[in-house]
Design a protein around this ligand. Structure first.
Ligand SMILES: [Fe+2]
Length: 322
């Protein structure tokens, strides 16, 4: 039976001017959208995978497949067997691929090189040392940029991971469309959604960086609606010591429900990216299992990551693709 957590607080963050299927005010629109989404939802990673012949310039058919997968599931897995040359060539192709799908504003990240791309690899020294992505450890469920919320105008809406070298053992990613997480929670109890849309739902404590600078405490909602399109973006981490949750009963119960679905939802996709493979997504929930670092004579696991404030969309260059 659904537990009542009192009436949802009235707040402008619960809806947007143009309307949204994610707003709690219109159940019929939500239910229509939900039924259609679940009916057409991919059941396996294969249904979301496209071969891309030239990463820097996908063909029209490849472009349509990527956009179609992102419309259905907010993510597309791609496979590119083209030799991209050295690191610079690979990074240039990757940036062009991202721009082709509307990701033009790359995040200014502390570990990004001049092109805005971050190399995810195990490091023994330097600025990246001490952060979990640059180790071989497992990473719990999260969306990217959860610790850096600067308001809806500058959220990480999309993310791309591209594999250069895979680990001999381990390193696979779990992926869950954040709209599926929304559906599960809303269907269990709409009060969960109201709680997770609250502007103070999740606080990330301040962190002292390696260079002595302090990243201030960061507070914001879990679910955010785009004011102009009504699209949904999610901000979340399962790392307990990284997050403080608002202390009301609805928020606490919502977080437990989210934790639970992330351990068992049948629509979680598990993939191991091999060299040339990648995922482009609207910042869906993801995790990583730990991996072997292997012999020092072998290249270690290396993934390039792009984060963007833009959502994936059809662009003019995509429309011009041959
Ligand atoms: Fe991530």
């Amino acid at each position: 039976m659904m537990q009542a957590y009192g009436t949802a607080p009235a707040g402008s963050w619960l809806s947007v001017p143009g309307g949204s299927v994610f707003s709690l005010e219109d159940d019929r629109a939500y239910l229509r959208w939900r039924d259609a989404k679940l009916a057409g939802y991919p059941r396996s990673p294969d249904e979301l995978t496209v071969e891309v012949s030239a990463l820097a310039a996908p063909t029209r058919a490849e472009t349509e497949t990527v956009l179609g997968a992102c419309r259905r599931a907010n993510m597309c897995l791609y496979r590119s067997r083209q030799h991209l040359g050295d690191a610079q060539g690979t990074r240039r192709a990757l940036a062009a691929f991202a721009r082709h799908f509307g990701l033009t504003r790359f995040e200014a990240h502390r570990s990004a090189d001049d092109d805005g791309i971050v190399a995810l690899e195990v490091v023994a020294k330097g600025d990246r040392l001490g952060y979990i992505p640059y180790t071989n450890r497992a990473i719990g469920w999260h969306t990217d940029g959860y610790y850096n919320y600067e308001g809806p105008a500058r959220m990480i809406r999309a993310m791309l991971l591209h594999c250069v070298h895979s680990a001999s053992e381990g390193g696979a990613n779990g992926l869950l469309d954040h709209e599926i997480a929304y559906i599960r929670l809303r269907d269990e109890n709409p009060d969960f959604i109201a709680a997770l849309m609250h502007p103070k739902a999740m606080t990330i404590p301040a962190n002292e960086e390696a260079d002595g600078k302090v990243r201030a405490q960061n507070t914001g909602p879990v679910f955010v609606l785009d004011a102009d399109t009504g699209a949904l973006t999610m901000r979340y981490t399962a790392r307990k010591r990284n997050a403080r949750w608002r202390e009301d009963a609805a928020t606490q119960a919502a977080v437990r429900a989210l934790d639970c679905l992330l351990s068992e939802d049948p629509l979680i996709m598990r993939v191991k990216l091999e060299p040339g493979d990648g995922v482009i997504c609207n910042n869906v929930l993801h995790d990583r299992i730990g991996f072997e670092t292997g012999a020092s004579s072998q290249p270690g696991r290396l993934l390039y990551r792009v984060r963007s404030y833009d959502r994936i969309r059809a662009t003019e260059s995509a429309a011009r693709a041959a």
